[in-house]
Design a binder for this molecule. Structure first.
Ligand SMILES: Nc1ncnc2c1ncn2[C@@H]1O[C@H](COP(=O)(O)OP(=O)(O)O)[C@@H](O)[C@H]1O
Ligand SMILES: [Mg+2]
Length: 1010
């Protein structure tokens, strides 16, 4: 539970206050810049782990939010939480995705500069969830005009649609986004969302035709089969059984327990309606056509030519795609070769393998382009033309390193290099600018500039992508191996590029013959060169494109445009397309103020509560978090605007409380001087204070928490006072106004003085809290005691045996002991002894005599019952009776059989010891003014010696007094009679003096267990 979250009502504030000092140890720091040992990766991970165990999934590195996937629903996303973060300064409240959302929004409104939030992390780390939370925050908290509610709904509803078509179940995430997404949310001058725009990147369309074991195709296929009504399925020629479709069975897992395809279908079709889709039928036809395409089989015809053997599927396919059946059949089994510059083209038959590849290429192209079309449709429905400010959300794949890395990982990691470059540039730039603006000298930070790797990949003519393209497009035989050789020729010798051939010694063993290694900023990754050429080339043959441009389907006609086939220019390769779209993305991001969310997944099993350190360490490394922290911590750990700093800590200094009226900088200077900051600990800039070490801040923060509690109670009384004065003012309206004003201002001044005094006393007390009680800490200790006791009342141990008492502050250890003893006393005496109720409110004292517990008693001689003043002292193993510094009698606890007291309010107690023991002098009759306290202390001593509490108890006396000597004497108002049996007191009876009304008690034995 977070401390700040706890401060609710006044009562709770006390609770929070007491816990604060120890809370930091338990829940770690909420900003990594406050880590004392900020260069230690172990300390970093330990901080993450501690917070994660307490369900605190968010932590800052300065303004970067680190988020750990909890894999469970946390109660931190309610409307009330949104409200809590609204308009609140970033650092004043615990880290949250809403704080980032709100801060970004406010920066947009106040600084009038476009913003972006970059969310990165491995698959399954929580990026998409984070971006959804941000959107939800905006849609719930931003102002909205009447006609904008449709837009808000569309904005929110675009997510399920995109997820249905672009997400799939993978081994890492049941709802993994298989594309990169950048979304702009546009706001008008009032801060209301008025439009949006989405850019999509690199959909993983190989998934359409193949899935790894345990993974699925895109959700939409299963949703259609499970949720589509029977009429629709019949029309599409589909059966409600995913196992019937080759494209859906490769991963052997058509069903996933966490996914309800039927419900999701309903959500998606509703969302399509909200977005304003009119081409649904067309869209479903295309999805179905992909499934039919997967079931198209080839065989060998009469003249050894490849032909389609699945006629029914083919008929459905051509119907759903809205194309001519014969032309489609031809295009799937033949390839059109056009010689350069010539009109005539030749038709060449495809081999079986080529036909299968052409079929799969068609499926990927149809699906991939439809996805892009879908994004365009959503954009149309969100479009707003006019001036607006923008918050961009980038939910994009993080660094990927698998056992086997290919073209996709290469693109993804290249994208991360670019983002890292942007990050370093912007973070360092903003750090440096901040220092300069504040007039504080900038201390240069060493960091790794990854421009060298970006250049390696993207440089014109000699970069990796240029070489790949050249190899794809050049005439003559080229393949993946020739590409590798070309890479070696051109990039050999580059510090960040290694192959088996280029490497020597040990490194050579770690790179395969068909692999190359890139040394990325985040670490080394080996890529297998196999498939690079094919994946980079557009494998869709021209004649298939020709067929599709003539489709009856509006969607397909938009996806496959005539110019593409008539244009003689080669289409752009996949890598170049990706490079260009990344360059555009960088441009978009460069002109915005960035915020970062770094997502981490705590385990691979998608389990709540499990924190796999090795896995987290890997991500901390690949997300570059340590470097991030190092850059952020260079110089000063903490900085804050004067106003914010003063607002938070002004209660710590009488000079600044309740309000500072001078210049802010002077106020902060007064405050830090009062707090005793040393010159090397801080610097004052133009508008901000910079604090070098986290320790300084912690001490201040601890004081503040206490201070704020006082301020809270002062505020309450101040408000009460104000209301009373208001009332008086009205009542005395007729009175002399000047006298009234004078009195009012005197009162106010008195009130202020009092408040300042209280605060001063409190702070002083805090500083002296570890000292013995003294005038400086009196007030503080009393307050601490009161708060602790109030906490205790709410958390009383249930039994005497329960040792789980709340840990008291040091000054209260004594009090806690007394409390424990009071519980023991209650156990022994409650409803048993008449004087017990009176003893309850009186505190037991540590001792009435010396350091050890001691109490004055009267001892009655066994013979004649003469009264003798004695002192009873309790040591850890025996009790002694002392007179005038002489030890008169020693009673070993081991020899003590029992203790008796009566049920009346007398002060008698009898310590029973065996008379046959020579060393002991038999039973001792004592009278004590503090009998309850004394017996309790004795019981506690015995208990501590291992005589279990359970062995103690009361027994009312029904002794058969046969053959005993009766002794009777009177003390004060009591008559006491004993029966003596074998020298020990076995029965005694106490009566009130007849003049006070007869009342007879029984005896009670407190057994010690011996
Ligand atoms: N803040 C969160 N609270 C609860 N569960 C979450 C949270 N973030 C992620 N998850 C869980 O983790 C899964 C994967 O998250 P997702 O955002 O899809 O990952 P990514 O987009 O990074 O691949 C989600 O489906 C959800 O079950
Ligand atoms: Mg995702």
């Amino acid at each position: 539970m977070n401390m700040e979250e706890e401060v609710g009502g006044e009562g709770r504030a006390h609770l929070v206050m007491e816990g604060t000092l120890t809370a930091r140890d338990r829940v770690g720091v909420q900003d990594f810049v406050l880590l004392e040992n900020y260069t230690s990766e172990a300390a970093f991970i330990e901080n993450l782990r501690r917070r994660f165990k307490e369900n605190l999934i968010y932590t800052y590195i300065g303004s970067v939010l680190v988020s750990v996937n909890p894999y469970k629903e946390l109660e931190i996303y309610s409307k009330a939480h949104m409200e809590r973060y609204r308009g609140v300064s970033f650092y004043e409240i615990s880290p949250h995705i809403y704080a980032v959302s709100d801060n970004t929004y406010r920066a947009l409104r106040t600084e009038r500069k476009d913003q972006c939030i970059l969310i990165s992390g491995e698959s399954g780390a929580g990026k998409t969830e984070a971006s959804k939370k941000i959107l939800q925050y905006y849609s719930a908290t931003c102002p909205i005009s009447d006609n904008m509610s449709t837009l808000r709904d569309r904005l929110l509803q675009s997510t399920p649609v995109l997820e249905a078509f672009g997400n799939a179940k993978t081994l890492r995430n049941d709802n993994s986004s298989r594309f990169g997404k950048y979304m702009d949310v546009q706001f008008d001058f009032r801060g209301a969302p008025i439009g949006g725009h989405i850019l999509n990147y690199l959909l993983e369309n190989t998934r359409v035709v193949h899935q790894n074991h345990g993974e699925r195709n895109f959700h939409i296929f299963y949703q259609l089969l499970e949720g589509g009504d029977q009429d629709l399925l019949s029309k599409l020629g589909l059966e409600r059984n995913a196992l019937k479709y080759h494209y859906l069975v490769k991963g052997c897992c058509p069903r996933v327990s966490s996914i309800n395809d039927k419900n999701d279908w309903r959500t998606v079709t509703k969302a399509l309606a909200v977005i304003g889709f009119r081409d649904e039928e067309d869209l479903f036809n295309i999805i179905a056509s992909v499934l039919h395409l997967g079931n198209i089989q080839f065989g060998e015809g009469q003249d050894e030519q490849t032909e389609i053997t699945t006629e029914t599927q083919h008929n459905y396919l051509s119907k759903l795609l809205g194309v001519d059946g014969v032309a489609l059949k031809d295009a799937l089994t033949h390839k059109k070769l056009t010689a350069k510059g010539e009109e005539v083209s030749m038709i060449s038959p495809l081999s079986f393998e080529q036909a299968v590849a052409a079929r799969d290429a068609l499926a990927k192209a149809v699906y991939g382009r439809t996805f892009t079309w879908l994004v365009a449709q959503i954009n149309k429905s969100l479009a707003f033309k006019g001036s607006s400010s923008v918050i961009g959300l980038l939910d994009i794949y993080g660094f990927e390193v698998f056992q086997h890395n290919s073209f996709e990982q290469f693109c993804i990691n290249y994208c991360n290099e670019k983002l890292q470059q942007l990050f370093i540039e912007l973070t360092l730039k903003s750090e440096q600018e901040d220092y300069e603006a504040e007039g504080i000298s900038w201390e240069p930070v060493k960091y790794f500039d990854n421009k060298i790797i970006c250049d390696l990949v993207e440089e014109k003519h000699k970069g990796f992508i240029a070489i790949l393209d050249e190899e794809c497009l050049r005439p003559g035989e080229s393949n993946d191996i020739s590409f590798l050789e070309k890479l070696e020729d051109t990039l050999g010798g580059h510090a960040h590029f290694v192959t088996h051939k280029l490497a020597n010694g040990k490194t050579r063993k770690t790179v395969g013959r068909e692999e190359f290694r890139l040394i990325h900023y985040a670490g080394e990754v080996n890529y297998s060169v196999s498939g690079f050429l094919d994946k980079n080339n557009d494998l869709l043959y021209r004649n298939l494109k020709e067929v599709l441009c003539q489709s009856d389907s509006q969607i397909l006609r938009e996806c496959f445009q005539r110019e593409e086939v008539t244009d003689q220019k080669r289409p752009e390769t996949a890598a170049t397309q990706f490079k260009n779209s990344l360059a555009k993305l960088m441009e978009i991001l460069m002109c915005k103020e960035p915020s970062y969310v770094r997502c981490i997944k705590p385990n691979d099993a998608k389990q709540p509560g499990r924190f796999d350190e090795a896995l987290v360490r890997h991500q901390v490394k690949y997300l570059g978090l340590m470097e991030n922290l190092r850059v952020r911590r260079a110089g000063f750990a903490y900085r804050r605007h004067y106003q914010a700093f003063l607002q938070r800590y002004k209660c710590l200094c009488p000079g600044t409380w309740p309000n500072w009226h001078g210049k802010l900088a002077d106020g902060v200077a007064t405050l830090v001087q009062h707090l005793g900051y040393k010159p090397e600990e801080y610097k004052l800039g133009k508008t901000k204070i910079f604090i070098r070490f986290p320790k300084t801040l912690f001490t201040t923060e601890d004081m503040m928490i206490f201070g704020s509690v006082v301020a809270l109670s002062l505020q309450t009384s101040w408000r009460g006072y104000r209301e009373r004065s208001k009332y008086q003012r009205i009542r005395n309206a007729g009175n002399d106004m000047s006298a009234w004003r004078g009195m009012k201002s005197r009162r106010r001044a008195r009130c202020r003085r009092h408040a300042a005094n209280v605060v001063r006393k409190f702070i002083k007390g805090f500083i002296y809290r570890h000292y013995e009680r003294c005038p400086e800490n009196e007030y503080f200790l009393d307050h601490q005691r009161f708060s602790f006791l109030m906490t205790l009342v709410r958390n009383m141990p249930k039994t005497v045996l329960d040792k789980s008492w709340p840990v008291p502050p040091p000054s209260l250890i004594e009090v806690l002991l007394t409390m424990e003893q009071k519980v023991v006393a209650s156990h022994i005496f409650k409803d048993q002894k008449e004087s017990y109720p009176h003893s309850v409110p009186r505190l037991f004292v540590a001792s009435r005599l010396s350091r050890q517990y001691g109490v004055p008693v009267t001892k009655y001689d066994r013979r004649g019952y003469k009264a003798r003043p004695r002192q009873l002292l309790l040591t850890s193993s025996f009790a002694v009776l002392v007179a005038e510094a002489k030890l008169k009698q020693r009673i070993d606890y081991t020899a003590l059989r029992s203790i008796s007291v009566s049920s009346l309010s007398d002060g008698f107690m009898v310590l029973h010891v065996p008379s046959e023991d020579n060393k002991q002098k038999s039973d001792v009759v004592l009278q004590c003014d503090h009998v309850i306290e004394a017996v309790t202390k004795l019981a506690c001593m015995l208990n501590r010696r291992g005589l279990g509490q359970g062995t103690m108890g009361f027994r009312s006396g029904d002794w058969d007094g046969h053959g005993k000597t009766l002794i009777m004497w009177s003390v004060n108002h009591f008559y006491v009679d004993f029966e003596v049996c074998f020298g020990s007191l076995s029965y005694w009876n106490i009566q009130l003096h007849p003049s006070l009304g007869f009342k007879q008690s029984g005896f009670y034995l407190i057994y010690t267990g011996t």
